[in-house]
Ligand binder design. Structure first.
Ligand code: HEM
Length: 414
């Protein structure tokens, strides 16, 4: 083994510590091997900004149709699928797990819901929920920002869109966590059976709410979803699949973005005064937060043919780890990439929401939640600081996401 390979082999993206702070490894890959074959998994990790854009845009070479989307493989995977299909709706690929041209059918429906008038109309509601959450702990002078705010805001907004009352945020969290567990964590047979029960509980709730809206449309997102269609209306299986993606995609991501934003404010106290009351600066701040600590660190693609990328030959059929978290710190795209700088000339030019066909459906909602949250937090709190050292590692274990474990802050009330 030569020295260069030896250096790379010291790191593994499967290690909890590297997953929680992958930036040293990403920088080494940028320098030595921008498209890197992970020895542990055989995945090809794409780390440079321009290479990642190529992967995201060329959907015929880099497919979203993967052999399996679940961490459960073999008999246990079959058992989960069978238990869900017997009393609920079997899994069908839609949206993020399907390539063009089939992708467009789902995307048009969701774009109408997520980029239309409904998003603009949501601002006062997001503000009301945000201030209500701050009211719950502001008098204490401290809180676990992760558990008492970052997790709750996106949870409540999405739960309410689904028809769950705000108080049922615990149920929503259980459903969202279950979806992410099935996708990313190997389980025992007992756990698989419990996961299938939780999925069934969620599916039957969603089905009942959708049927209510079909019979009597209301002014909400679920009514938009059952009514909007391109050609044939979406079947219940397709609607369940889309809803699962909205729940899983819109919860942990925004939680992570809010937590990392607060962490940046604590690490750069001078920003607290600078941003307060300055909407344009807060907007740039939110974009820089998700460039620096991209909530989706990676997602998978499959090579449909032999393809050369960044000097590496990727054989047909290989799985590719599209590493957003590395591309967003590519020194050829972002000068001093590890510095948090809201004044950088290309602030916002990151790929944290993807690019092209699968560009994040929820980007407008995520931006709204972040901008409203930091505006309100800075209006009401000052001298925000860390009240307890962060745990080590800072994040829960995950190859793809960057979920903070806790973030206990202290502050003065303004
Ligand atoms: C800061 C928050 C968020 C980040 C960083 C983020 C990131 C991403 C990324 C990187 C993709 C591209 C996937 C790909 O390339 O295959 C994506 C797609 C997607 N996101 Fe988000 N997301 C966020 C918030 C949300 C929210 C709030 C929702 C739902 C309300 C959502 C729902 C989705 C869905 C359904 C897709 C698939 C779109 C498609 O395949 O056409 N995301 N997101």
């Amino acid at each position: 083994m030569d020295r260069e390979t030896d250096d790379l082999a010291r790191y593994s993206l499967m290690d909890h510590a590297v997953q929680s702070d992958p930036y040293g490894f990403h920088a080494l890959l940028h320098e030595r091997c921008p498209v890197y074959r992970m020895p542990e998994t055989g995945f090809y990790v794409v780390t440079k900004y321009d290479d990642l854009r190529k992967v995201l845009i060329d959907t015929s070479t880099f497919s979203n149709s993967l052999p399996s989307r679940r961490a459960l493989k073999g008999d246990l995977g079959d058992l989960y699928e069978r238990l869900v299909a017997e009393r609920g709706w079997r899994h069908v690929d839609t949206l993020q797990s399907i390539d063009p041209p089939a992708h467009a059918r789902y995307r048009k429906v969701l774009d109408a819901v997520f980029f239309g008038k409904r998003m603009n109309a949501m601002k006062p509601h997001v503000e009301e929920v945000t201030h209500g959450l701050i009211d719950d702990w502001i008098a204490d002078g401290r809180c676990d920002f992760n558990a008492q705010f970052a997790m709750k805001l996106p949870g409540i907004i999405t739960a309410e869109q689904m028809g769950l009352p705000r108080e049922d945020i615990g149920t929503f969290k259980r459903w969202a966590d279950n979806l992410l567990t099935v996708a990313a964590t190997p389980q025992s047979e007992d756990e698989v059976r419990r996961s299938a029960e939780t999925t069934l509980e969620m599916q039957h709730f969603i089905a009942a709410e959708l049927e209510k809206r079909r019979a009597q449309p209301a002014d909400d997102m679920l009514s938009d979803l059952v009514q909007a269609h391109e050609g044939e209306p979406l079947s219940m299986e397709e609607l369940q699949s889309v809803m699962g993606q909205l729940i899983a995609g819109g919860y942990e991501t925004v939680q992570s973005a809010l937590g990392h934003g607060m962490w940046q404010l604590v690490r750069h106290p001078e920003l607290q005064n600078r941003l307060r009351g300055d909407a344009a600066a807060i907007k740039k701040f939110c974009e820089e937060v998700i460039r620096m600590e991209s909530p989706v660190q990676s997602l998978m693609r499959r090579a449909t043919r032999d393809v050369e990328l960044g000097g590496t030959l990727i054989p047909e059929g290989s799985l590719i780890l599209a590493r957003y978290g590395a591309a967003n710190r590519d020194p050829e795209k972002f000068a001093c990439p590890h510095a948090f700088d809201i004044d950088r000339p290309n602030v916002g030019a990151h790929l944290a929401y993807g690019s092209g066909t699968h560009f994040c459906v929820g980007a407008t909602l995520a931006r709204l939640e972040m901008n409203v949250a930091f505006t309100a937090l800075l209006d009401r709190l000052e001298t925000i600081e860390l009240a307890r050292p962060l745990p080590d590692p800072v994040h829960r274990q995950s190859l793809h996401w960057l979920p903070m474990r806790e973030l206990v802050i202290g502050f003065e009330q303004r």
